[in-house]
Design a binder for this molecule. Structure first.
Ligand code: ADP
Length: 560
């Protein structure tokens, strides 16, 4: 009989022994087989990789030391039953599991776990099927490993793309399911991914399987009598048509959370609108932002602006088209004059508004007239359609994005500086000129204090804006990384002092941000902790995610 291999991971789960770890891993290997288990035993395994070639060991955009957030092992279940078995096993020894779908999660921590030594559960490697695209109901049902790109390919391969459109974020490589559970956004009328999800299947921390909404209502054909396992049983026919079902609406508990592992999600798709036209409106001056946002609010509210449009700062567009060195020999933040020069060179404004019109020509024309008339009060604004811009223009990229075609062009802004890496700071703002200007002024000033250029965009939702500040830094410059940590921590406090909170964040500042959501003695956090402790008494699912710690960890001083 051969001796089982003994692994010595670089980092063990907290308070566990190498023996316990090996016992766990051997059992997992028996369950999912060796090719689905990688133990991190050598520093050689810790490479940053790239967007196109992601690794799941740690955060490739590390703002702390490279291995500050490090997995002990990466395990890829082959079925829902595997997920349940691993969860039950983890309960016996209180091992932390960190579920990911694709693991890119760029700018928010990558695939890295909040607690070093956690087992990263790679849900996407084997569970990667588009289970259904329903044309009549205009929805799909996907597993964790389906990327935006995959879904798009599926629509094309099945001759569905001319009937149904999907929504994509800036880059096509993320997980449809992972992005929705993180409440990510895209840019079509269906840009709020969480709003557009309908029906989830979740493995709970005790290993039980749950379907939410109408999914809790069984199929009347009684599939259990057909010998099908619960996860393979057909869903209720309204499960992806009506999200709320009956009783408490619990889907939110499985979003940005550590209450379960999501195994399937339903997403609404947009019927082909019967016509499409993207456009760009350039705004010449820095403080045109104020007037533009006040123009945008009523247009967006009454849906003359049909999609999630964006107001992009000149440097975001400039960075997609070239590195900082290609524009300037400066290393310090660029001045207003520098920005004006770049804008002129690229034929863009200081701010650039990207939107799209959907529907037959008559409808598009009516909307375009309304939008043009409203913006025309700003001196110097210019209006463009894609064919009126340069071959490599950002509008030509956005033209694809705003009709749900995945692209990778926006990857390039990360290379604004050498060894480029990035961190997102993402506060929510009112769609009001004064708020936007103040939030912009505060974030810009702090970026400059940290020696960095302000690069950002306002993404306009139904009644608010996600202000996405792209903090681009040199991952090999330790001094700069320290400044980046100072920057995001300071920005969180500055924003909280103004009544602004973030919609999503990097692992390193989840505790700080949860600390700002502290109304009435932190009743929100206390409620989440109470649920966490009730349903996950051993604290095995993603401890620390979003600043929610199970009781087991709270005594250990994990908060950052
Ligand atoms: P991306 O789509 O950018 O590659 P990830 O797959 O890394 O994103 O997911 C981002 C985050 O969402 C993860 O770090 C995790 O917290 C959460 N998440 C992703 N997939 C699941 C899942 N199947 N169940 C529970 N949480 C998940």
């Amino acid at each position: 009989p051969c001796q089982p291999l003994m692994f010595k991971p670089l980092v063990l789960p907290p308070k566990s022994t190498n023996g316990e770890f090996n016992k766990f891993i051997q059992e997992v290997i028996e369950l999912v087989s060796t090719e689905n288990v990688e133990v991190i035993t050598s520093k050689d395994q810790i490479v940053d990789g790239s967007y196109m070639n992601p690794r799941h060991t740690h955060d490739p955009h590390h703002i702390m030391e490279q291995e500050y957030f490090l997995a002990s092992a990466i395990v890829a279940p082959r079925s829902v039953a595997d997920v349940q078995a691993i969860v039950r096993l983890a309960n016996t020894i209180s091992f932390p599991l960190w579920p990911i779908s694709i693991g890119r999660n760029s700018g928010y921590g990558g695939a890295a776990p909040r607690v070093s030594g956690s087992i990263v559960m790679d849900m996407g490697k084997n569970l990667n099927k588009v289970l259904e695209v329903n044309e009549e109901g205009a929805y799909c049902l996907v597993e964790p490993g389906v990327t935006f790109h995959d879904l798009h390919d599926y629509l094309i391969a099945n001759n569905l793309r001319d009937k149904l459109w999907m929504d994509v974020p800036d880059l096509g490589g993320g997980s449809v399911l992972g992005n929705a559970t993180e409440r990510g956004v895209g840019y079509t009328p269906y840009g709020d991914h969480w709003m557009m999800h309908c029906g989830m299947e979740v493995v709970l921390p005790n290993g039980e399987l749950l379907r939410t909404g109408m999914g809790a209502l069984p199929d009347p054909r009684r599939p259990e009598t057909m010998g099908l396992r619960p996860e393979d049983q057909p869903w209720n026919k309204t499960a992806h048509l009506f999200p709320y079902g009956f009783g408490p609406y619990i889907d939110g508990l499985f979003s940005q959370s550590n209450m379960g592992i999501v195994t399937k999600i339903g997403m609404w798709l947009m019927p082909n609108p019967g016509g499409y036209q993207s456009y760009l409106i350039t705004l010449p001056k820095d403080d045109d932002l104020k007037q533009a946002v006040d123009i945008i609010r009523p247009l967006r509210l009454n849906m003359a602006l049909q999609n999630v449009p964006t107001i992009r700062h000149i440097l975001l567009d400039a960075a997609v088209l070239g590195s900082k060195a290609s524009y300037s020999s400066k290393t310090e933040p660029l001045s207003d004059e520098d920005l004006d020069k770049i804008a002129e060179q690229l034929n863009l404004g200081r701010w650039n508004f990207y939107g799209a019109l959907y529907g037959p020509e008559r409808i598009r024309n009516a909307l375009w007239e309304t939008i043009k008339e409203a913006f025309s009060v700003i001196p110097g604004v210019k209006f463009y359609f894609p064919e009126e811009t340069a071959e490599n223009s950002i509008l030509r990229v956005r033209d694809k994005t705003m009709q749900g075609i995945p692209t990778y062009d926006e990857l390039k802004w990360i290379d604004w500086v050498p060894n480029g890496a990035h961190l997102f700071f993402s506060p929510i703002a009112k769609v009001a000129g004064e708020d936007a200007m103040l939030q912009y002024a505060i974030t810009k000033r702090r970026c400059q204090e940290a020696g960095l250029d302000f690069i950002g965009t306002f993404t306009v939702g139904m009644r608010e804006m996600h202000h996405i500040v792209c903090i681009v830094f040199n991952r090999k410059d330790l001094e700069q990384k320290k400044k980046v940590q100072w920057l995001i921590r300071t920005l969180i406090d500055d924003c909280a002092a103004n009544g602004w909170g973030e919609y999503r964040t990097h692992l390193a500042v989840m505790d700080q941000i949860m600390g700002t959501y502290n109304w009435n003695n932190s009743s929100f956090l206390k409620f989440n902790e109470a649920i966490k402790n009730a349903i996950d008494p051993n604290g095995i699912i993603a401890p620390g995610k979003s600043g929610v710690w199970p009781r087991k960890y709270s005594q250990l001083g994990w908060k950052l």
